[in-house]
Design a protein around this ligand. Sequence first.
Ligand code: ADP
Ligand code: MG
Ligand code: ZN
Length: 621
Amino acid sequence: MQQTKGPQKPLVIFFALGLFLVVMLNALLPSLSRTQQVPYSQFLQMLEQGQIVEVQQNATGDEIAFLAKEADGKTRYYTAGVLTETDLSSILTQYTGADGKPIVFGREMPPKNSSLLSFVFSWLIPTALLFGSGFLLMRMMQKKMGGNAMSFGKSTAKVYVQAQTGKTFADVAGQDEAKEALAEIVDFLHSPDKYRSVGAVMPKGALLVGPPGTGKTLLAKAVAGEAGVPFFSIAGSEFVEMFVGMGAARVRDLFKQASQKAPCIVFIDEIDTIGKSRDGAGGIGGGNDEREQTLNQLLTEMDGFDGSKGVIILAATNRPDSLDKALLRPGRFDRRIPVELPDLAGREAILKVHCKKIMLEENVNLTAIARATSGTSGAELANIVNEAALRAVKCNRRIVNQSDLEEAVEVVVAGYQRKGKVISPKEKRIVAYHEIGHALVAAKQTNSAPVTKITIIPRTSGALGYTMQVPEEDTNLLSKEEAFNKIATYTGGRAAEELIFGTFTSGASNDIEQATRLARSMVTRLGMSSEFDMMALETVSNQYLGGDASLSCSADTAARIDAEVLSIIKSAHQKATQILTENQDALHRLAAFLLERETITGQEFMELLEQPQLPVAETAE
Ligand code: ADP
Ligand code: MG
Ligand code: ZN
């Protein structure tokens, strides 16, 4: 039971220390107060010196308070203990008081200090101070744990105002369609009357969907920055709480705050964590009750909202197909904004945005980098720019150049160079022929994209070498021939090993995987086999997260699919072997060149390939 009490411990110590201080203060206080306690002997001494003005004895007779006029001419109050038997009044008559007057004697003790006042000063104020500072301390600790934004009561939704997200649409490159759709929302928040007068109602919610790292969260922050309205941001996972009912309570709380702050934006990141489809959520028992409650609460709140008030709900997900249909119906997240992987122009724009933060050599060609990075997301591109900057620093340069960026692309795509890895000359030869095999098959098939780089420097990803193929321009459609040629290129590495060494290695495992995946989708999804025509045999879920394909056909059909896939791969492999056999001289020449250089560019490759037959430098044993 003692875990989870972490932050309380220092508080307990703090209060204990404070109380101790208050007690100590009270023990010291009498000596500091104006009535000073003195021994009886001092009273007698003062009596003899004729300093006493007045003496009062208390009812029990064991204490006196007296006023004395001292040498400096000031009068002070003192108290002293006396023995109860002492007959003070008779003693006092034997002495004269200060200034020769008789000493006044009475039995009315003056109140020591005003007891109420002393209580206030010695107990109430210190205690109040103590608790006050304790409370402040607690608030400070809570703030530290809850991040830098203001947190409100139960909900951990953070309120961002304009300045705090610090992002604008200028920070988001590419994604023009998404920006356009969101700009409309921003415009509505700025001037709602324009829309109201026409009778148009703004959509209540917009759902940003797309693969990870494409800038969904960034876009939402940019909207907040542009709109200049409060921005409530909460991650879906924050709704899912340990305690039953908390998630739903959070939702209620969040929307309550939002409606108070309207116009404003509520942003729910990774909404799939709560918005998962409710049916089929998990066999017997009916799935996750807590999550369902949270989702129901969200649906209810969204219905209860008056869209014209100006509360707009943005959400982001990379698993739109898993969302509950109820969330997607009109009146809820009826607007869907796709945030796709950037195209060539988009990638260049993203690179430009991120390169603004670093010092770039003047003649750097970002288009070439964008071309070499097809299929990467905005986050990966940001990472590439950062890697390039790191490399420049490593080389003691302040300015990033083209080779930094090129190397960074390879680092992000294939991992760091493993300079220390020792590869035997024999293995190096195999790798060189394997890679040239890929490149040669690719180059000789007219429809295949030319290679840009071949290297046999091992990488931390485990690759011993690789061939980088770069399409001249982004293509969206894949023809049957192109697909087949790609498979042939994948098999080119193995084909070269077989042709030259008469045997083969495990180096083709990745090629096999990719060739099979492509061949399979040709048959089951792309309708590129004669046997199955346009029949859909597989359904794909999670398209943004790699795509899990699941077969939907009979066992008999599945066997025929396998046979069809195999035949495609076999004929592609045959084609590759044929190409390499026809160009065996070039294969030897290029492999020898690669072995010598370790890395060659696409241009060098093409020049050497197109050279008239030179004497072959080397042959395999
Ligand atoms: P997600 O779509 O997974 O929410 P993020 O919005 O978190 O992705 O993006 C991660 C990072 O990638 C951003 O902080 C930004 O640096 C970079 N990034 C992604 N897309 C873009 C883009 N279109 N323009 C500029 N930077 C981008
Ligand atoms: Mg995100
Ligand atoms: Zn290979």
